[in-house]
Design a protein around this ligand. Structure first.
Ligand code: PAF
Length: 285
């Protein structure tokens, strides 16, 4: 454990568990913001919220190998621990839990969590095993950090729903709080992966939010047939030179099942690839 002017940096599971037990024994509450590092403003807004919700705010930084499929960006995923620690210290996180891979996945590790229905939709078919890796690591982080409350961004809406479902199905005594998407210029949803985009591709990426907005506009004008309004978004994507579309879907925000007839409050979600970069975003109708 390292202590930098009050912010503690912990990298051992046992130490973190003992620390959390002590915090709880002292009658204090714990909030957890799970991250994979490469922290930007959207992560920091989760930390700000987490600080408001509990006495002690823990941020985990762990690039989780089990949620990356073969050919995905595990190796090139941005890692900048020193930069991240500086940001977390500035914002006033209390503890940073940043374990090595073999601390989380010991040799012979073989237990996984699957939220079987919710992972069938949206990103699931395009990222085989991704949500199994997410649910597993999140459950492990919950068991290590022992938070009363944990905050998840709505940009990864399917992830948020899967974690909420896991908590309910497995009777975990943790409150899962959603936090709204933070957008940069032209509505581009903040993501660590935006840093992979060249300036030209970044301009193209603005088309993602533009397409979502166009679809919502068509919906607000009265067209409720999902297929039809989604087409208006496809045109915007084409104009922005985005041709590699994993999906654009209108779905029920609880079950994530696609809907032929869109209703107010439904989730409109999108995933596209720009060069080698996969971007996701969503809005509510
Ligand atoms: O959203 C992320 O950064 C990751 O999926 C999470 C929740 C930290 C699990 O590795």
């Amino acid at each position: 454990m390292i202590e930098t002017d009050k912010m503690r940096i912990v990298n051992k599971v046992k130490y973190m568990q003992d620390l959390s037990n002590k915090i709880r024994k002292d009658g204090k509450t714990i909030s957890l913001v799970p991250t994979m590092g490469a922290l930007h403003e959207a992560h920091l807004s989760l930390v700000t919220e987490a600080k408001r919700k509990a006495d002690v705010c823990v941020v985990s930084i762990f690039v989780n190998p089990t949620q990356f499929g073969p050919g995905e960006d595990y190796d090139k995923y941005t890692r900048n621990l020193n930069g991240d620690l500086g940001k977390l210290k500035n914002i006033g996180a209390d503890i940073v839990f940043t374990p090595e891979v073999d601390e989380i996945y010991h040799q012979g590790f073989q237990t996984y969590v699957e939220v079987s229905e919710l992972e069938k939709h949206l990103c699931g078919p395009f990222r085989n095993g991704h949500f199994r890796g997410v649910a597993t690591v999140v459950l492990k982080l919950f068991n290590i950090v022992k938070p009363h409350v944990s905050i998840f961004g709505e940009k990864d809406f399917q992830q948020l729903k899967i974690v909420q479902k896991m908590v309910r199905d497995l009777n975990l005594e943790i409150e899962i709080l959603p936090s709204p998407i933070i957008r940069e210029k032209h509505g581009l949803a903040m993501s660590s992966r935006n840093s992979y985009l060249s300036p030209r591709r970044k301009i193209s990426a603005f088309g993602v939010f533009k397409a979502l907005s166009e679809i919502k506009k068509e919906f607000d004008l009265g067209c409720k047939i999902s297929k039809k309004i989604i087409e208006s978004g496809r045109k915007i994507l084409e104009q922005s030179s985005i041709t590699d579309i994993d999906y654009m879907d209108i779905c029920d925000p609880e079950t994530l099942q696609s809907k032929e007839i869109a209703e107010s409050g439904d989730l409109l979600a999108i995933a596209v690839r720009l060069g080698g970069t996969r971007l996701i975003d969503n809005i509510r109708l």
